[in-house]
Ligand binder design. Structure first.
Ligand code: ADP
Ligand code: MG
Length: 358
């Protein structure tokens, strides 16, 4: 068992509170991701798990055992550093074997484990080649194999693929996800890339200035962000967040931008959030019959076709909104359209940005 538990862990550097009263449990075999902007405390959390730093307050447990005073070596947690570069003068196979050779593991055991990890990563057929003869994707898999060949309680990865180009990043994250599932090991993964966090993790912890703002499965955090802070971090384009006032029959957003016919809207809502994909955009005049949603006029400000999707920026009332439409609808800049949003898709936030339940 290698679940990792933080109980009210705090760590400061001088006057900087790097980790502020953090409590979480990473389950055994879980792919757990810390996501937050630069300097939010992600790397410090990894160093605390690893034992390179000790907390000022609070308790850390690995596999049920308190480790505050346990040395990094005894914790047996493997850090995979940002740099996945291979040794160019060694074959792919020697690269993979290297961490075990370095630790003076018996030769038969080295061969067994290297073969095992090579099979899992589908690189058995390229182990004899030097890195220069491998494709970018193959090099990545070899580098990951080298990181995984040890058999630790848990792996930690600090933004391991941020240096790769976009296509290789997509490939590598799919590999990582599949490998983690097959290895069945606890993996704590740090990223500042929301798409990576969403796509790769079983659960995500959202960090803000050393504080954990929300923990949950990607879909859960996306669908039920606990605050405007979290809501703005996940989603592309980001959630539209508008000032709102509660009226008789619902909510009026940003002075004439949109009206939401939702009698169940919380009375203390001061902002509403609308995901771009939840904004309906209809031709002007509104000829669509029978869907009942009250629409408001909006002017198309700009259109960005992305192939499978189109981002439409709308000027409505006092606000600018972004809508995400499927395919390539026939919408031109400066055209008038009608916009609406299903009440059930609206997020309500109170004073201070906390999410409200309807
Ligand atoms: P992230 O990995 O999310 O970018 P870090 O954990 O590296 O964030 O940093 C969190 C905060 O702690 C930052 O304000 C950073 O400046 C500070 N910090 C991190 N390491 C040190 C250090 N060794 N000395 C002083 N301040 C540090
Ligand atoms: Mg960092």
């Amino acid at each position: 068992m290698a679940d990792i538990v933080f109980r009210n862990v705090t760590k400061s550097y001088g006057t900087t509170l790097a980790v502020d009263d953090a409590s979480f449990t990473v389950n055994d075999n879980e792919f757990f991701c810390f996501f937050g902007p630069p300097l939010s405390g992600k790397s410090t959390i990894l160093r605390l798990v690893l034992g390179l730093e000790s907390p000022d307050a609070g308790e850390i447990l690995i596999g049920g055992r308190p480790v505050n005073t346990v040395s990094p070596a005894e914790r047996n947690v493997a850090m995979v550093f940002q740099n996945l570069a291979l040794f160019p003068h060694m074959s792919a196979g020697d690269n993979v074997r290297f961490p075990l050779v370095e630790r003076k593991v018996a030769e038969a055991e080295i061969e067994r484990r290297a073969a095992d990890v090579a099979a899992k990563l589908h690189i058995g057929h390229i182990l004899h080649k030097p890195p220069a003869q491998l494709s970018g994707g193959e090099r990545q898999r070899v580098a990951i194999a080298r990181a995984l060949v040890r058999d630790p309680n848990a792996y930690l990865m600090d933004d391991p693929i941020s240096a790769l180009d976009a296509r290789l990043r997509e490939e590598t994250r799919v590999e990582l996800k599949r490998i983690q599932r097959e290895l069945g090991k606890t993996l704590i993964y740090v990223t500042h890339d929301q798409e990576e966090a969403m796509s790769i993790a079983d659960r995500i912890a959202i960090l803000d200035n050393g504080r954990i703002r929300q923990i949950g499965a990607p879909a859960e955090i996306y669908d039920r962000p606990a605050s405007t802070y979290v809501a703005r971090l996940l989603g592309s384009p980001v959630m539209n967040i508008l000032k709102a006032v509660r009226g008789e029959s619902g909510v009026e957003a940003a002075e004439g931008t949109l009206s939401i016919a939702d009698r169940a809207a919380p009375a203390d809502a001061v902002e509403i959030g609308l995901r771009p994909e939840d904004i309906k955009v209809r031709p002007w005049p509104n000829e669509v019959k029978g869907d009942g949603a009250p629409g408001r006029p909006a002017r198309v400000f700009e259109v960005e076709p992305l192939g499978g999707y189109t981002v439409v920026t709308l000027a409505a009332g006092q606000a600018r909104l972004k809508a995400l439409l499927r395919g390539q609808p026939d919408i031109r800049p400066d055209a008038m359209v009608v916009i609406s949003c299903e009440p059930a898709r609206v997020h309500y936030f109170g004073q201070g940005g906390g999410a409200l339940v309807r």
